[in-house]
Design a protein around this ligand. Sequence first.
Ligand code: F6P
Length: 499
Amino acid sequence: MNQRVLVASNRGPVSYQFGAGGSLTGHRGGGGMIAGVTDGLAALGPETSATWICAALSDADRAVARARNAGPRDEGLEVGIPVRMLDIAPDIFDRAYNRVANSALWFLLHQLFDTPSQPRFGREFRRDWEAYLAYNEAFAGALTEEAVTGEGDLRVLIQDYHLCLAPRLFRDRLGEAGPAAGIGHFCHTPWAPPDYYRMLPDEVGRALLDGILGADRAGFHAERWATAFLDCCAAVLGADVTRTGLAGPGPGPVGRVTYRGHVTEVAVHPLGVDAAALRERARAEDVRAHADALRRAAGDRKLIVRVDRTELSKNIVRGLAAYRELLATRPQWRGRVVHLAFAYPSRSALAEYRAYTGQVRELARQITEEFRTADWDPLILEVKDDYPRSLAACAVADVLLVNPIRDGMNLVAQEGPVLSERGCALVLSREAGAAATLAADALLVNPYDVTETAEALHRALEMPDAERARRGAALAATAAADPPARWLGGQLASLGLGS
Ligand code: F6P
């Protein structure tokens, strides 16, 4: 049977830049969602076709979107998936993406607000909210066009907090007359409990939940976030919520919400890694060269590695503070350990992110100044994104530090053990979604507790080789158990798509 999958997400699998003389070059989009969807779609059989709808993020993307809208559909051949980029007006996009999605919803869902002063939902926010609605309408419109023009058994996968309204808008547009389409929404972030969620203006809080409940299946990486979503549906909407709970570590349904005559199943689909593909990539020459260079730089010193985008939720500042406390309270590690901290740029349009990047740099400078000796640099902070070097760092790490304040899942915590050559010890925040599956073999920490994190780093550094190798292998096996093909295939199967 002819089967079709439509994916909708803010960031697409390819993004463009202007080069010299106005030429355009495409590069693969970053982030866990892109990796999961791209690899998941690649694993679908030949009977299933896919189209990916995303927003044009830059002027270069807009130029590509306009040229392609005027010509034949050949988008996205760079990643092997047809891509339709939406040329949404820059002001609408800016308000929807930067102001609502990243400044309000990201902070809300990760519980990051500095509440004595933030958030402030005034008139300006109401304008931004209108833009978020228009942005979601643009996606719902494009999905409807694709749905009614193509042929085949259709499933629609809508991604993330940028597109909470799109499932309901799409369902309404399609109406009774349109082709039957199973609709899934997947949120890659945590979800906040009702008391925190209620900080949103009432009408906004209700609209977001109602929007997601336009889907047949609402997915999360961890049971905790799925349960918080059910709690919000009950407390904020007064919806009829049935809880089944998860039988094991997932995937599977945790409950159902009946609202406005429609039933949405709420489920957990943990996203792990394609271990074989990742190891294959790490065997390439560029990664090997970086690994050799890192080993030479470290000498016989132990390496503590972290790899993050510079998100406030990633807790890089407390991670550095824990390393400082380790060196201050456990002087035996001075000269015997190096911390490689990769903190790559993210969302620099937001003042909070620029300020946070400044804090990271400043604390790193202080640590270097305080502890550096003639022949030992305690900390190497790298802020320029370099994927092969990140893989290499994971391969040679003795300890991997992943300490987010809160995280939907966290792929680094899973990629690190898979890539590790000798098995690494994982110091992991209990607030990462990945803690649900990795807890038994990681050293779990409260991400706010700098002293506890410093102690965990110490325990990780002195862990006997055999124990580190054993735990590392177990972590890698757990991460490999939920590859993108299973993550995406499981969602499609739950929406009734055969493989
Ligand atoms: O990590 C959560 C997440 O929502 C991912 O799904 C997505 O890749 C990313 O954050 C979005 O980040 P950005 O704003 O850079 O596109």
